[in-house]
Write a protein that binds this ligand. Structure first.
Ligand code: ATP
Ligand code: MG
Length: 394
C-alpha cells in the first residue's frame, strides 16, 4: 500500500532525504530556502547533507528503527542516491509519500532493467546484451557488440564497474574480474558529444524541464557542462526532450529525473542511462535558472506547482575534484587549498563546495558555476578559472 498524503505540503513542514552526499546537501539548502525543515538519513557523522540539515539520523539506509523515525519526522521523503535499497523507499511509502517511488528507483538501479525500459519507451539505445551467465557469454554476437564496454548491471558510477573489451577473450577475462556479477555488454559507439536533460514530473503528471545540457567527461567523470542556445543541434534537443518525457511518463515517475544521451558522429541520438534524482550536469541551474533542479525536487515531493524554469543567462559548470588539492608532481604532498580567492575575482564565478573534510583524487569536492552575457564570455571565464586551478584546458 502507498500512502497518499495531503498535498500540498507547505513550508514549515519537514522534508526527508535518504542519503547525505552533496546532492542531499543541495536539496537541503533548497528546501530550507523555501522554509522547510529537513531530515537526512546517512550513517556518516560528517556527511555533507547531515552537516547542514535540521535533523540528521546517523544510521544505515536499511535500519528499520531509523526509517520509522524518519517517517515520524517527515511529511514526505525523497532520495539523493539511486543505490539506496528500493525496499527502504517502499517501506517508507507505507506511511509517508515518497518521490520518486521505490519501483522507479529499482529500474534505475539496474542497467538491464533500465535498458529494457528505454526500449519499451521507443528510445534508441546502444546495441547490447545482458551477461548473466556462461550461456549468455557464449552467445555474444561479436560482430554486433565488439569492441564494447562491459558494465556491471548494479552499483556503477563515475565509470566504475566498467571494462573496455575488444575481443571475446578480453570479454571473458573482464567478466571474471568483475566477479561474474550480472553485467550489460554495450557496443562502443563513436561519440561526437554527450548531453543530458532534467525533467520534473508532479503527482498530477504535469512536467517541466531544464534546457538540454552538453557534457564533457574526463576519465569517466563529468568534467564540464555547458548550457546555452545552440550547444546541441535543435533536432537532437527536441528528440532528447521527447525521449526523457516518455521515459518519465511511462514510469509514472514523480520527482526529478535526469536522462543522459550520446550524440553519435552521424547525428543519431542514443539514450545512455538515467538517474532518479538531480544530477551533476544540472548544477548550473543553481545560479543560471530561476528554478534550480533542487527546488524542482522540493516542489515535486511537496506537491507544489511546477512552473517552467527560465534560464537567466548562458552557463557552464566545472567539476572540482580532489586532485586540485594536490600538486601534480608529488604524490605524498599534504593537500593544500586551491586559490579560491583568485577564482572568485573572476566575474560570473559561483563557487559551491560540499564541506568534505578530506580531499582525495577523483572525489567530487565541489563545482564552479560560471555565468556570463554570452557563450563566448562564459567559455573565456571557464578557461581562466581552469588555468588558475590547474585543470587541463578545455
Ligand atoms: P555516471 O553514473 O557517473 O554517469 P557511469 O559509471 O554510470 O557514470 P556511464 O554513463 O555508463 O557510466 O559511462 C561513463 C562514460 O563512458 C560515458 O559518459 C561515456 O563517455 C563513456 N561510455 C559509456 N558507454 C559508452 C558506449 N557504449 N560507447 C562509447 N562511450 C561510452
Ligand atoms: Mg553516466
Amino acid at each position: 500500500m502507498t500512502a497518499t498524503g495531503t498535498f500540498p505540503i507547505l513550508p514549515g513542514a519537514t522534508l526527508g532525504v535518504l542519503g547525505g552526499g552533496q546532492l542531499g546537501r543541495m536539496f537541503v539548502h533548497a528546501a530550507q530556502a523555501l522554509g522547510y525543515a529537513t531530515a537526512v538519513l546517512d550513517p556518516d557523522p560528517a556527511s555533507p547533507a547531515g552537516l547542514v540539515s535540521t535533523h540528521h539520523l546517523r544510521a544505515a539506509y536499511g535500519d528499520g528503527a531509523a526509517l520509522e523515525r524518519l517517517a515520524q519526522l517527515c511529511a514526505a521523503v525523497t532520495t539523493e542516491f539511486e543505490n539506496v535499497p528500493a525496499e527502504a523507499l517502499e517501506r517508507l511509502a507505507r506511511t509517508r509519500p515518497v518521490a520518486p517511488a521505490g519501483a522507479s528507483v529499482a529500474v534505475a538501479q539496474d542497467r538491464a532493467a533500465e535498458k529494457a525500459h528505454f526500449v519499451r519507451c521507443g528510445a534508441p539505445v546502444a546495441p547490447h546484451a545482458v551477461i548473466d551467465g556462461d550461456a549468455a557469454l557464449a552467445a555474444v554476437d561479436a560482430e554486433r557488440l565488439l569492441p564494447g564496454i562491459l558494465k556491471t548491471a548494479r552499483l556503477g558510477y563515475d565509470g566504475k564497474g566498467q571494462a573496455r573489451v575488444g575481443s571475446r577473450a578480453e570479454l571473458a577475462a573482464a567478466w571474471e574480474r568483475l566477479g561474474r556479477v550480472p553485467c550489460v555488454l554495450e557496443k562502443r559507439l563513436p561519440l561526437a558529444a554527450e548531453c543530458s536533460v532534467l525533467v520534473a514530473r508532479g503527482r498530477d503528471g504535469a512536467m517541466v524541464h531544464l534546457p538540454v545540457q552538453r557534457n564533457l567527461h574526463r576519465d569517466g567523470i563529468l568534467a564540464l557542462t555547458e548550457v546555452f542556445e545552440g550547444n546541441v543541434p535543435a533536432a537532437q534537443t527536441q528528440r532528447a526532450l521527447q525521449a526523457a518525457q516518455a521515459i518519465a511518463r511511462q514510469l509514472d515517475y514523480v520527482g526529478v529525473l535526469c536522462v543522459e544521451f550520446f550524440l553519435l558522429e552521424g547525428g543519431e541520438l542514443v539514450v545512455n542511462e538515467m538517474a532518479p534524482r538531480p544530477h551533476n550536469s544540472g548544477h548550473w541551474s543553481q545560479d543560471a535558472s530561476d528554478v534550480s533542479q533542487f527546488e524542482l525536487q522540493v516542489r515535486c515531493m511537496a506537491g507544489l506547482p511546477l512552473v517552467p524554469p527560465r534560464q537567466l543567462s548562458p552557463a557552464a559548470m566545472l567539476n572540482l575534484l580532489g586532485d586540485l588539492w594536490f600538486d601534480g608532481a608529488d604524490a605524498d604532498a599534504a593537500p593544500r587549498s586551491p586559490a579560491w580567492d583568485r577564482v572568485l575575482a573572476l566575474p560570473g564565478c559561483h563557487l559551491h563546495l560540499y564541506g568534505k573534510a578530506e580531499p582525495k583524487r577523483g572525489r567530487k569536492m565541489g563545482h564552479l558555476n560560471v555565468t556570463g552575457a554570452t557563450p563566448e564570455a562564459v567559455r573565456a571565464t571557464v578557461r581562466q578559472a581552469a588555468a588558475l586551478l590547474g585543470i587541463d584546458a578545455f
